[in-house]
Design a protein around this ligand. Structure first.
Ligand code: FES
Ligand SMILES: [Fe+2]
Length: 351
């Protein structure tokens, strides 16, 4: 059996603010790190759970994700460049192929048997909903708990992928905010909700094999202010949330005239207090409408949320249910916290 190249192993970066046990658990799951459309032959740095990665496309179009550190002298490969199917480190010009092996040391061109110690750590790549997904530890995506956005490839629905949003807050807090129906009247009164309509009707939440499922019916419109006359008088809006722990959820909103909007809230936990949020969505109405208007409305809503999520303390979700106070309309949130706690994540996070 071949010895494992020592430099291929890695553990939690020293700078990481996650508790070590939490990091080990979260590292087994899959997250989006970039939009596929943003990947080019110019290597770029992305970060997942404090691990820096170089993301690039080879000349033939293969998307590669490797640890952003050259095994020779530790220079980030994202400062290098792509040559054909290889990435070149800018410091001493070492070449690495798509298997992560070093194929060339220009200072010693006659070297035929390059040590495996020069190999890069490669991460798996799965393309889904216009996003590049990966995992630090998992190498088998077949059992991954990917969120299901089944309308993404449906010709009757228009797929839309707005720009990502960087949030100075934890992914747990952000995800919980996405499924929180009691904040609409307060945080979103400028965009779609109504400060005079704060009551949350009773709703149901159930545990599922993938996470949890919530159905919420209310008269809170999902149209922006200015378009709310488009809904018939007395229309009841149904919102269905499917949560895929740790940090993804799909919201389906049933619009008048059989309109369906689906929004995937997919967090990349960049660090314990930093999140890159991707929001692919689909709709079967206004499909020829102005996309910029969708981007703008989406950005407005997430900016309204961002101020709350970035100021919450503690930064990470307190999974010990007794650490915060809850009312009945928080049922989705408390169920979400219980699932994460059952996974073995910390009861008490860093403040
Ligand atoms: S540090 Fe990358 S080639 Fe030397
Ligand atoms: Fe919100």
């Amino acid at each position: 059996m071949n010895a494992i190249p020592v430099l291929n192993l890695f553990s939690q970066p020293q700078c990481s603010g996650f508790e070590p046990k939490d990091w080990e658990i979260l590292a087994q799951h899959w997250y989006p790190v970039a939009r596929e459309q943003d990947v080019t032959t110019a290597p770029q740095q992305v970060q997942l759970l404090d691990v820096k990665m170089a993301l690039y496309q080879t000349t033939s179009g293969a998307i590669q994700l490797v640890r952003d550190i050259c095994p020779h002298r530790g220079v980030p490969l994202s400062k290098g460049w792509v040559q054909g199917e290889e990435i070149v480190c800018p410091y001493h010009g070492l070449h690495y192929n798509t298997a992560g092996q070093c194929t060339k040391i220009p200072a010693q061109p006659d070297l035929t048997n390059i040590s495996e110690r020069f190999s890069l750590t490669k991460f798996p790549v799965v393309l889904k909903y216009g996003l590049v997904w990966t995992s630090l530890f998992s190498r088998d995506a077949s059992h991954a708990n990917f969120p299901i956005l089944d309308t993404w490839d449906d010709p009757e629905h228009q797929p839309v992928l707005p720009p990502f949003v960087d949030i100075a807050g934890s992914s747990g807090r952000q995800l919980e905010g996405f499924i929180d129906v009691a904040h609409f009247a307060w945080v979103h009164q400028q965009s779609f909700a109504d400060a005079e309509n704060p009551v949350v009707p009773k709703y149901t939440t159930e545990r599922t094999d993938y996470g949890l499922h919530t159905e919420y019916v209310s008269n809170v419109s999902n149209y922006p202010h200015g378009l709310q006359h488009l809904a018939p008088e007395g229309f009841l809006w149904k919102r269905i949330f499917d949560v895929y722990p740790p940090f993804s959820a799909v919201l389906k909103v049933e619009f008048p005239r059989e309109g369906i909007l689906k929004i995937l809230n997919a967090c990349c936990p960049v660090s314990h207090n930093k999140t890159r949020l991707f929001v692919p969505l689909t709709r079967n109405f206004d499909t020829t409408g102005d996309l910029q208007a969708v981007y703008d409305f989406n950005a407005q809503i997430f900016a309204e949320d961002q101020d709350m999520v970035e100021s919450q303390k503690p930064e990470e979700l307190p999974l010990d249910i007794t650490m915060e106070a809850h009312f009945e309309a928080d049922r989705s949130s408390t169920t979400y916290r219980r699932i994460l706690a059952e996974w073995g994540l910390s009861k008490r996070y860093i403040v």
